[in-house]
Every structure is written in structure tokens, then in C-alpha cells.
Write a protein that binds this ligand. Structure first.
Ligand SMILES: [Fe+2]
Length: 269
């Protein structure tokens, strides 16, 4: 049975691509190279990577239009559901003994867009290690390393200790890399934390947080940096403050407050 939404979007896509083929006088060999590229992406398991790099941020922007409270961000291809629950305090994201990287404390508060604290919100945090690699995606990293879930307290506050993630290159030896090379683009994403926040009345939001002054903020390969998602990360050298988090060395303090706008099914606040 025809679907009006699919027809509207796909027929527009069809028209756009046909016009593009005529405009650029795309040859049959070039057309076949494009279809071979899609096949190669699937064989390499990179089809999500390819589309995420070029298009996910645009779809996220559409979702953010008119949104009250915190904006959403791209999820990227490396999220895994079912990360372990973390005890605490101090609450520490799963990591190897001597995990490389500068310690980071990520903290903040979850509220409604009007500032009412939201206790019991679930935060699901994941990010790259100091080599720019993700557990269960790249080999040789313990399962669930630098992935974990925890709840906000009664005042909506949360804090977790981890290590500061670095900028990293997306996979560049596969077909997505071939495309980016042909475009003359680099492969870097700026340093970032991925986090999903869930609340029983407010649903789920996907965020991604970057750091002021970080490299590649202006040239992210995924073009996903938005000003509202860039947070301040300060080096704290106060040993008493470090001790509070079970640390004996300086750490980076990073804060972000999540503000949920109620969904249409949510009770009023
Ligand atoms: Fe990432």
C-alpha cells in the first residue's frame, strides 16, 4: 500500500538525483562506481558510518527545530545498549587499571526546561579511550570499557569520573575513507562525550558534548558541533578537590545541565 510520507520524500530524492546526474553529466561508469561503493560499504559494515558522517547531523537539526530545553545531537555508529549500572560515590566509568588519559569528572543536573529538578533520570555515557577507540567496536579493549549508566539523584544531580576523551579519526581504511580522501577532507572528530538521558515521563534525548578550545571544533568530519553542545572543561589542580573523587592528581572538571522539555504525553509540571 502506498505510503504518503515515503512517496513525498523518496520521490523528491529521486527527482533530485536524476537532476544531479543530468547536471553533472554522470557517466554510466561513474553511476556503477557509486552503486559499487554502497555495496562495499555494506560488506565493510560501514553503511551506518557513511550516512552518519554526511547526513545524521542534518536530521538531528530538523529534530531540534523549535525544541525547548537542551538540543539533541548525533548518536554516531558506536552506541551499544545495556551498559553496566555504576555504583558510587565515587562513581567511576568502567576502565582498565591505569587507564591512559587525564582524569575527568563530568557532572551536572537534569531538570525540566523550566528548571524543575528531575531525579531518577538515567544517564547512559560512552566515549572513546585515549587512543580514540571504543570498547566492543575496536579490538583489544575490555567489554564495556568507558561505557556505563547511572541515575540522577533527588535534586537531579549527577557526577561520574572518567578520563578525558581525545579527538579521534573515524575509520579511514574502508570505503568511507575512500570517499573522504577523494573529497580531500580529514578524518577527525573533535573530542566528545556521548550521553543519552532517559526519564520515564520525558522520554529519551541523545546528546554529544564537546570542549571549549578543542581541536577540530570548526572542521568536524561529521559536521555535528553546535554551540549549545560545547562545554567548558577546566583543569583542577586542588588536591583536596581531587581527593573527593578518589584521585591523587589534577583532573578536568566538565559540567553540563540537561533540560528536558516535556513530551506531549508528559504530565504538566
Ligand atoms: Fe564518538
Amino acid at each position: 500500500m502506498p505510503n504518503d510520507r515515503v512517496r513525498a520524500v523518496v520521490e523528491d530524492l529521486e527527482r533530485t538525483l536524476v537532476e544531479l546526474i543530468r547536471k553533472h553529466r554522470v557517466s554510466h561508469d561513474e553511476y556503477r562506481a557509486a552503486t559499487d561503493l554502497i555495496i562495499a560499504e555494506v560488506k565493510a559494515g560501514e553503511e551506518s558510518l557513511l550516512f552518519d558522517v554526511f547526513f545524521e547531523a542534518a536530521a538531528t537539526d530538523v529534530g531540534n527545530e523549535g525544541r525547548e530545553g537542551s538540543i539533541e545531537a548525533i548518536e554516531g555508529p558506536f552506541y551499544l545498549p545495556g551498559a553496566p549500572w555504576l555504583d558510587g560515590p565515587p562513581r567511576v566509568l568502567p576502565q582498565r587499571i591505569g587507564e591512559p588519559g587525564i582524569p575527568m569528572v563530568f557532572h551536572g543536573q537534569v531538570t525540566t526546561e523550566k528548571g524543575m529538578p528531575l531525579g531518577g533520570a538515567e544517564l547512559d555515557l560512552w566515549h572513546a579511550d585515549a587512543s580514540g577507540q571504543y570498547s566492543q567496536i575496536h579490538p583489544g579493549i575490555p567489554e564495556w570499557n568507558l561505557r556505563g549508566r547511572f541515575c540522577s539523584d533527588d535534586e537531579g544531580r549527577f557526577e561520574v569520573r572518567t578520563i578525558a576523551p581525545p579527538p579521534y579519526e573515524i575509520p579511514k581504511d574502508g570505503p568511507t575513507g575512500t570517499v573522504l580522501n577523494a573529497l580531500g577532507r580529514h578524518f577527525f572528530r573533535p573530542a566528545h562525550l556521548h550521553v543519552k538521558v532517559r526519564h520515564e515521563y520525558f522520554g529519551e534525548r541523545t546528546s554529544q558534548l564537546y570542549f571549549t578550545g578543542g581541536e577540530y571544533l570548526d572542521s568536524d568530519v561529521a559536521n555535528a558541533v553546535r554551540d549549545e553542545l560545547v562545554i567548558t572543561a577546566e583543569l583542577v589542580e586542588d588536591s583536596q578537590a581531587a581527593l573527593r573523587y578518589g584521585l591523587d592528581q589534577p583532573f578536568i572538571d566538565a559540567r553540563y545541565d540537561f533540560a528536558f522539555a516535556p513530551s506531549s504525553e508528559a504530565p504538566g509540571d
